[in-house]
Design a protein around this ligand. Sequence first.
Ligand code: SF4
Ligand code: FES
Length: 251
Amino acid sequence: MDLTLKIWRQKNTSSAGKMVDYKVTGISGDMSFLEMIDVLNNDLVEKGEDPVAFDHDCREGICGMCSMYINGEAHGPDRGVTTCQLHMRKFKNGDTIYIEPFRAKAFPVIKDLVVDRGAFDRIMAAGGFVSVNTSGNTMDANALPIPKDDADEAFDAATCIGCGACVATCKNASAMLFVSAKVSQLALLPQGKVEAERRVLSMVEQMDKEGFGNCTNTGACEVECPKGISLTNIARMNREYLKASLTYSEK
Ligand code: SF4
Ligand code: FES
């Protein structure tokens, strides 16, 4: 396949960016989207030009790093996959492909397609954990029976990889799908219930501080989420938040 790429190039956070045209040739349908960008970058390096900066790590749909907008969709035209799992067979010879970074006020562009998603880390640090007594008398996790339905729901929520596609897709740049998945995976399990009230209050407070927008129930996040995280998690987080705001007091 021979393709035209229109890629967002931006030197750093403070500089103005613009779309730049590139041609790539001899692209196989079996390549992943990132391998196609590797081909372009090899060409650019050989010509002494600056390669396109993009985030990636696992290249198997686990780490959530490979965040980019492809033809106006987070992670591109396929469903239930990340950019690294997107195959070039989804495109046709002669296609023009638009490639942009995830855009949201809380995700500033660092360079080209790389954005700073540190806001997600700060939300997790605000409460996305279970405090464990490591005295040596810690109970074995398997000793605590958990209803199968709760375990399944918690597991589904835990599949969120923190990629940020929900934020980039949402017209309000809301992080509610991400935060609700993280709140839910712990709120559903007995180990997470102990700190559930403090957790939901601090994670939501941090989410607001970071400048994410609110949820207006459009549902685009659920459609574009590569892990199929359900909107029911947002409803659960709203219930948890309301309950905690009425009953929680700092000890
Ligand atoms: S909820 Fe989905 S889209 Fe949002 S960060 Fe998690 S995996 Fe990515
Ligand atoms: S590179 Fe890890 S999910 Fe794509």
